[in-house]
Design a protein. Structure first.
Length: 715
């Protein structure tokens, strides 16, 4: 019935259209590419009957000729231009009308005007006909949409008596979405909604959509957080069938399962996590092993014991690929019963783990290691602050174990940086929020020794597992495995970065070996630490790097300076870790290597989902920053220019790291031109320069929550 109503509405929209479509005229030539026609023949074949329709045919013929799609082979006779190449690629839609076509396999992108787009959506795979090259660059017309991508949009409903629209801030859509009243699904004016485009008639300005879900009233905290998730295509609710499946999983650990595992319940064991954490997926143990050695255990929740391949929980976890951490909530990869209860390594409960156990001496040199399935019992749940107090005061629960692990971790860290790891230490913004989600204060997360303690042992476990799977004996072939890889930096990006930092008086050695480059980057980061430009330099240094990703082909991890690396230590929140656990047990049991294609596809999917999750997390931070600053309109702040564009200057405030825009129209003392190469705006008369990294003082002029945008004025 619902489909019938949609069909009627779409049909009504089509009947309201008048005239001949441009595509109908083009279709005449496409079906017989070698034939030539005069305008009357084209009009008859295109179905033109009225004088107005025939006039339109002539107009379209003139436009197709101007675009180079058809050629006039003799007076008044036209034929498809055989020189216009048809190629495939991806369509990029932009709200400013600057649509583009990106050809497969690289090559120059082409611009696509709206009338030549066939209303392709951003990310659609298309076939286009390239026009003759013009002064402004290559142009193209969409011939066919071969694969549709995004048709879901988030926005605010405007509902009137006779019309309804979804107003969206999506940067890929210039038009509001028309929604027939019978497709509103109960949506009211000013509701935030998720809408699917069901049709975009060729001559219509607006696409037609139907409401998929009502997210709530615009401006409410839950509504806005759900809207961010929906905007990035991420789930904001957990399906009931997966929750029901989790409810049937036994919570107790049976004696028969304990008998199959190494028993670490007597070992001094504890977790160290953020103070608001509930999913404790890693624990550490330490005890003397004799002969001056220590037995250190890295114990990871054995999620794959409970989540079997192909089950409803596993399918949902793979689709999500990762937990998403917004400012005020976690959207888990696994059902709550699993991630916060059964698998979470809560204190004073027997828990099943996958462990890596090391024998180390007092210099942190590893004498032996083994990978095994275990049963543990955590004796203490430390927050990072609590563990840090033990380190700083030398007293507290598990004093000896914490201090020894910290001493070993410091030595592991020193060796890692001596081997060429890069010492990034990004400033992470945190909010104090009330029960309604309103931000009350902004502060910065500071990593201390307790953080480094956990980090070093997790890195060690991940590397050890990757080396076990990735370094087979000489007479054995490499096995399929999931690696976390980080490729070497692009030389062009590094050169641009080196050019930029000269503005601050820093130097970067861009030639030589990878080890020499990383040493130079670390020297730069150390030299800038504590200075106003430190956060900007570290941000741009990260942008000059490749993005880490998951892959079955191992190329090492440049940033960590590891030849083999994987993700093993967070299976509660990352699906790649679950894949690693399953492959690892398969090989420990002597199993054969599986086909790599499935894992290759999963790695690409997980890498894509990781980027979407990161985008949603940044958007939630941005929203809370704008919300926080909305109560500070008119106040002045010192900041640093964090971005330069032709439309203005982005400024990051020193006090709270909130970022806003000074529109170029408010730089009214001169006419400023954008110098892309030198990251600056330059005045044409007085030659004043606003450069990336320059200190500025601003006044907060506006806070637009809908766009998650702060507007600044130069003070």
């Amino acid at each position: 019935m619902k489909q019938k109503r949609i069909g009627k509405t779409v049909q009504k929209a089509k009947l309201q259209e008048k005239g001949i479509r441009r595509q109908a005229v083009l279709h005449v030539f496409q079906t017989t590419p070698g034939a030539a026609y005069n305008w009357r023949q084209v009009a008859r074949r295109a179905g033109a009957q009225t004088q107005m329709q025939k006039a339109q045919v002539c107009e379209f013929l003139s436009a197709l000729r101007a675009d180079g799609i058809v050629a006039e082979v003799s007076a008044g006779r036209f034929r498809l231009n055989s020189r216009a190449a048809v190629v495939e690629g991806v369509f990029q839609r932009r709200s400013n009308g600057r649509n583009a076509f990106i050809p497969d396999g690289g090559g120059e992108q082409a611009s696509v005007s709206e009338r030549n787009s066939r209303h392709a959506m951003n990310g659609d795979r298309v076939r286009v006909r390239l026009f003759a090259r013009r002064r402004g660059g290559a142009e193209a017309e969409v011939v066919e949409i071969t694969e549709s991508r995004k048709s879901l949009f988030v926005g605010r409903l405007q509902v009137h008596r006779d019309t309804a629209f979804l107003v969206t801030e999506d940067r890929t859509l210039a038009s509001d979405i028309f929604i027939p009243h019978n497709m509103l699904k109960g949506g009211r004016d000013n509701d935030k909604a998720l809408v699917r485009i069901v049709e975009w008639p060729e001559n219509a300005k607006n696409p037609i959509g139907c409401v998929v879900d009502i997210l709530g009233v615009a401006g409410e905290n839950n509504t806005e957080m759900h809207a961010i998730l929906a905007e990035f295509g991420l789930p904001y609710a957990y399906p009931a069938n997966a929750e029901n499946a989790a409810a049937r999983i036994a919570e107790t650990v049976g004696d028969d399962e304990v008998a199959r595992r190494e028993d670490f319940r007597a070992a001094p064991t504890f977790t160290i996590d953020p103070d608001d954490a509930k999913d404790f997926d890693d624990a550490l143990s330490l005890r003397p092993a004799g002969g001056g050695l220590w037995e250190a255990g890295v114990h990871i929740a054995d999620v794959t014991h409970y989540v079997r391949p192909g089950t409803v929980i596993d399918r949902e976890a793979l689709q999500r690929a990762t937990s998403v951490y917004l400012v005020d909530r976690t959207i888990p990869m696994l059902p709550d019963r699993l991630c916060n209860r059964i698998c979470s390594l809560r204190p004073d409960e027997d828990k099943l783990c996958f462990s890596v156990v090391f024998l180390l001496d007092d210099t942190a040199r590893i004498h032996a290691s083994r990978i095994c399935r275990t049963v543990i019992r955590s004796r203490r749940r430390f927050t990072y602050d609590e563990a840090q107090r033990v380190i700083e005061t030398g007293s507290g629960d598990f004093r000896d174990e914490v201090l020894t692990l910290n001493r070993l971790a410091q030595q592991l860290r020193r060796v890692r940086f001596e081997s060429g790891a890069i010492d990034f230490d990004r400033c992470e913004v945190k909010f104090d929020i009330d029960e309604r989600g309103k931000p009350l204060a902004v502060h910065f997360k500071e990593s201390k020794e307790a953080n480094f303690l956990v980090e070093e042992f997790m890195l060690l476990a991940n590397r050890t597992v990757a080396e076990y799977a990735g370094r087979p004996p000489k007479d054995r072939a490499k096995k399929t495995f999931v690696y976390r890889i980080h490729e070497t930096p692009d030389p062009g990006r590094i050169e641009n970065f080196a050019t930029f930092i000269r503005n601050f008086g820093y130097k970067l050695k861009t030639g030589g070996s990878n080890a020499e480059l990383t040493k130079s980057i670390n020297t730069l980061l150390d030299a800038s630490r504590g200075r106003p430009e430190a956060n900007l330099i570290e941000t741009l240094a990260l942008r000059s790097m490749q993005k880490a990703r998951y892959a079955v082909d191992n190329v090492g991890h440049y940033g960590l300076a590891f030849s083999h690396y994987t993700h093993f230590t967070s299976p509660i929140r990352r699906y790649p870790d679950m894949m690693v656990h399953r492959l690892l047990q398969r090989y420990l049991d002597g199993g054969r290597s599986p086909a790599r294609d499935y894992y290759d596809d999963c790695c690409r999917h997980c890498s894509d989902m990781e980027q979407l999750a990161a985008g949603a997390e940044r958007a939630s931070v941005k929203y809370k920053q704008v919300e926080f600053m909305s109560g500070r309109i008119g106040q002045q702040y010192d900041g640093v220019i964090s971005g330069v564009a032709e439309w203005g200057l982005y400024v990051e405030l020193n006090e709270n790291k909130c970022e806003g825009l000074i529109p170029v129209r408010h730089l009214d003392d001169d006419f400023y031109e954008y110098d892309e190469k030198n990251y600056c705006l330059r005045g044409s008369r007085h030659r004043r320069i606003y450069r990336l990294g320059d200190p500025v003082t601003i006044t907060v002029a506006g806070a637009n929550l809908e766009r998650r945008q702060l507007d600044f004025l130069p003070a």
